[in-house]
Design a binder for this molecule. Sequence first.
Ligand code: ZN
Length: 131
Amino acid sequence: MSGMTEPRCPQCAGRRIAEIDRIPGCARVASVAEDGTIDWDGETLIDWNGQEPAHEPPLFTCLDCHHEAGLADFAPPVLFVAALKRVDAVLERLPLGDFEIGTAEQIRGHLTAAKESIALARRIFGGADIA
Ligand SMILES: [Zn+2]
């Protein structure tokens, strides 16, 4: 895909950036005491298919210096520009500027595209103000 580039840590310039995820597992029980305290066996089965971001929006970390932030902190400017271009493209298609009224299906399509772009921007930039 064109326009893709590696993220980089703003603090140490490291390139080992990782999303902080949560992975479900089943921890094996060895025995249970009368008060309900569990003695664990030590074996945990990891469900790799259940891996998902631990935070919403996702939080990222530098594996070298442990700087944690939203993707906007690590994303190179090319990602920012790409997201803004996509939002601009959607806004240009909206019929509001020249007061044209599209069909219900056209307007629904514009609004769906706008919502997808906003969701993409939120996912990329987290709570960052992109205005
Ligand atoms: Zn770093």
